[in-house]
Design a protein around this ligand. Structure first.
Ligand SMILES: Cc1ncc(COP(=O)(O)O)c(C=O)c1O
Length: 364
């Protein structure tokens, strides 16, 4: 194995069962508790057979995405989830030449795939300090060196749910050398209200060195189909097209995503559900502040809950597993004191809130 590959810690996916193998309700992978659009399910079920390769260029899907977002389809590339596209962005623009390694920069506590994407092409991952668990633009800019080739920004960020407004994203872009690629990962972008747009798509439309990635896995509820897309200057799209899998989005995935893109009523309903339940759950955690729980303010479909009192995150994880829920404990990402809890259905959020309340109040 190449030494930079052996240095990779494989991605740890969210669990769906307890330590004893018992199935749990999965709130550990930021999936959509409402499922997906009925139209997407229907389109997927109508796909005939599986013997023929999909459209390698996902033409109809790129056209549907272009129509929805007002983007020329020539500036869009689809991927096997946005994961593929994040990896391709690193591979296309960073690597190593003998002992000289490029650097891929991102904020502490950001998406775990960035570290893997950097290492798998032989580049060096560099973490900038966070600010209150979120991205600190000054720290990122301060960490840029002449070897920096790619900067990843998840906005909103996973696993913290933090978010940078458009003015800060623009300031980050303006402070980067023009030969550094800024990747704005908007996997949770659709959860933002219209007035919270971070300006990433406009930057990608206007500049030569910005790529925005999006996914059908989160608000669209199609994580199982593995469909992502990215947009940027034609030369960046060309780079990704050269190295992507030739048939990287399945026939059923393309059909489902086209129908999903056309069903914005489902997206609006999913956003409304998330906004309401996220606010309700955040308020519950804040009310337990005197028992050592703290919520990191989130703009995504999950909440990072910090255990800073007598009860540990591990105890929280165990109590929630006993109550029937899998959530995400993050010691491997430097957050042993935190649980990331995906916003589920209202009834499930009630049980989770009650379980955590009983746990911390019981320990008082
Ligand atoms: C910030 C962020 N980016 C990208 C992804 C990748 O999603 P997918 O490959 O399903 O599009 C995720 C998934 O959890 C994520 O949290």
């Amino acid at each position: 194995m190449k030494p930079w590959i052996s240095a990779i810690h494989a991605y740890v996916p969210g669990k769906s069962s307890g330590a004893d193998g018992r199935p749990l309700i999965k709130l550990s992978a930021n999936e959509n508790p409402l499922g997906c659009s009925a139209a997407a399910l229907e389109a997927r079920s109508k796909v005939a057979g599986a013997a023929v390769y999909p459209d390698p260029d996902a033409k109809e899907l790129r056209s549907a995405i272009g129509t929805l977002h007002g983007i020329d389809p020539a500036r869009i590339v689809c991927g096997t989830g946005s994961d593929e596209l994040l990896n391709l962005a690193a591979q296309g623009y960073a690597g190593r030449d003998g002992d000289a390694c490029d650097e891929v920069l991102f904020s502490r506590y950001s998406f775990a795939v960035y570290d893997i994407a950097a290492r798998r092409c032989g580049a060096v991952p560099v973490e900038a300090a966070d600010k209150d668990f979120g991205c600190d633009v000054d720290a990122l800019l301060g960490a840029v060196t002449e070897r920096t080739r790619v900067v990843f920004l998840a906005n909103p960020n996973n696993p913290t749910g933090t978010y940078l407004p458009a003015s800060e994203v623009a300031r980050l872009h303006a402070g980067l050398p023009s030969d550094v690629l800024l990747v704005v990962d908007q996997a949770y972008g659709e959860y933002l209200n219209a007035d919270e747009d971070d300006g990433g798509l406009a930057l990608a439309a206007a500049h030569d060195n910005v790529l925005v990635t999006r996914t059908f896995s989160k608000i669209y509820g199609l994580a199982g189909e593995r469909i992502g897309w990215a947009t940027g200057a034609v030369h960046i799209v060309d780079t990704l097209n050269r190295i992507r899998g030739p048939f990287n989005v399945t026939v059923s995935g393309q059909a489902a995503a086209i129908a999903a893109a056309e069903d914005q009523a489902f997206v609006d309903a999913a956003r409304e559900h998330n906004t309401a339940e996220l606010a309700r759950f955040t308020a519950t955690i804040e009310a337990l502040g005197n028992h050592g729980l703290r919520a990191v303010p989130s703009k995504a479909n999950f909440l990072l809950v910090l255990f800073e009192g007598a009860v540990s995150a591990q105890e929280g994880l165990n109590a929630l597993a006993n109550a029937g829920y899998a959530v995400r404990h993050l010691p491997g990402q430097g957050l042993p004191q935190a649980l990331r809890i995906t916003i589920g259905k209202a009834d499930d959020m009630d049980v989770i809130a009650e379980t955590l309340r009983d746990l911390v109040e019981g320990s008082a």
